[in-house]
Design a protein around this ligand. Structure first.
Ligand code: AMP
Ligand code: MG
Length: 440
């Protein structure tokens, strides 16, 4: 039972109607992208379960708690250079300073001797500063003769080349906040704190399947009028990049009993269920009816292109305490699946995973051609971004933008986002581009 159930959707979770009433301008038949995003953000629960992982295994996972520094990093004031440690107050203002070197401080060893006025200590990078000394003069500035060294005027100021205890991380301060996705730099930061284990949220489980009688799986003969199911592959790839646990429920026949069984099994097994196909207006197949039967589901027409139809809601819950899953019923067209995933599902799954999604960085690029665009919907055109001869970003739309032309996604390296209110684009106009690199 522990394997499923979470995220626990509390009995007090708002109904879909309550959520809709909080989203200003909510219109399920012409829903702007921003309103759909807001609705989904209010709908999705966060998983609670926490597991402790060995440091390296936490890469890409979501921190479950703030990491508070138990120690100072570095633990001691230490030298940033190979050179000589001295008292800054003994440096002469406009003339060379001569000091007597009385020993050496090596990294990893503390120089224990007392340093008298007029004395200094040869010191290696990372070595703890000897007591009373606050400045390091790099060795290349110094002339050494016998036990004495001479430092020319004005090559170093008091306090230079000394790293302070706690200057990277101070004991008691939050090094990394809960909700953060652990990056390579974070692994190093945690290692510098000596943290062997990291508290992370358990991995989100996401089930998906394709619907449509015309779909065939790889390995099956391609009967007349049929196409191979590609959506399960793009979805699998996008979900892998997101770091969630992926459960493939295959292609489901357009048959009420089979569909209902698939929805219920997927909802039992996973926190979120993604389907493709069967959600557009006037669909002849049974997908929508079965979705409505197994859960509380809304059917939207979103003001966007591609990707207009979409189903959203909760499925699989009941009064006996079974926990429901979030349903994302994506359109069937292969490009629409990817675009709606990036526009809606990605952030929702990150939120469910316990992460705090950040707005994705966009490029501003000059369009190499005019683009026709009607205000009142968001368009996601597939583009190839390059640098022009003067070093500025430019973007060229890939050939046909049909929502079945998956090749356009494969060729593109970003999505040109033409915003809701935006109209036609002229040659040379700057447009927003969401680069694929780093998207997931
Ligand atoms: P639908 O939304 O079910 O009307 O599907 C729209 C279009 O997408 C139809 O041409 C379907 O054949 C196609 N399609 C639906 N699901 C898939 C899939 N899993 N792989 C490839 N094409 C699909
Ligand atoms: Mg269909």
């Amino acid at each position: 039972a522990a394997a499923r159930a979470t995220p626990r959707i509390a009995m007090t979770a708002p109904t879909l109607q309550e959520i809709a009433s909080c989203v200003s301008g909510y219109d399920p038949n012409a829903l702007p992208v921003a309103q759909a995003q807001e609705f989904i953000a209010r709908l999705v629960p966060r998983i609670e379960a926490v597991e402790m992982l060995a440091l390296r295994s936490s890469l890409g996972r979501v921190l479950a708690r703030d990491i508070v520094c138990a120690i100072n990093v570095p633990a001691n004031d230490n030298s940033a250079m190979d050179g000589y440690a001295l008292r800054g107050s003994e440096l002469r203002a406009a003339a060379a300073t001569t000091l007597q070197a009385i020993g050496t401080g090596f990294a990893g060893q503390r120089f224990e001797g007392a340093v008298q006025p007029g004395q200094c200590v040869r010191i290696m990078t990372g070595a703890v500063m000897p007591a009373g000394l606050d400045t390091v003069v790099p060795q290349e500035f110094v002339t050494a003769d016998g036990a004495g060294i001479t430092i020319p005027a004005n090559v170093v100021r008091a306090g230079d080349n000394r790293r302070l205890a706690g200057e990277d991380l101070a004991a008691g301060e939050v090094a990394l906040a809960a909700g953060r996705i652990v990056s390579p730099a974070d692994l190093g930061l945690l290692a510098s704190l000596g943290q062997a284990e990291v508290p992370v949220r358990r991995r989100l489980r996401v089930a998906f399947f394709s619907t449509g009688d015309e779909l065939r799986s790889i390995g099956e003969p391609l009967d007349a009028g049929c196409v191979y199911d590609s959506n399960r592959y793009t979805l699998w790839g996008m979900l892998q990049r997101l770091g969630v646990e992926v459960l493939d429920f295959g292609v489901v026949r357009d048959e009420p009993v089979a569909l209902e069984a698939a929805f219920r099994a997927a909802a039992r097994a996973a926190d979120a269920v993604i389907t493709s196909g069967g959600v557009s207006v006037g669909e002849a197949d049974h997908t929508k009816q079965v979705m409505a039967k197994v859960g509380d589901v809304l059917f939207w027409r979103i003001a966007m292109r591609p990707g207009r139809p979409m189903a959203i809601g909760r499925i699989g819950g009941n009064n006996e305490g079974a926990h429901s899953s979030i349903l994302f019923g994506l359109p069937g067209n292969p490009v629409a699946v990817m675009v709606t995933f990036y526009a809606f599902v990605r952030d929702a799954l990150l939120t469910m995973s316990g992460a705090t999604p950040k707005p994705l960085p966009m490029l501003r690029a000059a369009s190499t051609a005019a683009i026709r665009k009607k205000p009142g919907r968001t368009e996601y055109q597939r583009g190839i971004v390059t640098r022009n001869s003067s070093g500025h970003w430019q973007v060229e739309i890939t050939g046909s933008q049909g929502s079945g032309i998956l090749r356009s996604m494969s060729q593109a390296n970003g999505l040109v986002v033409l915003h809701h209110e935006q109209g036609d684009v002229a040659v040379g106009d700057l447009v927003d581009v969401l680069p694929f690199e780093g998207l997931i």
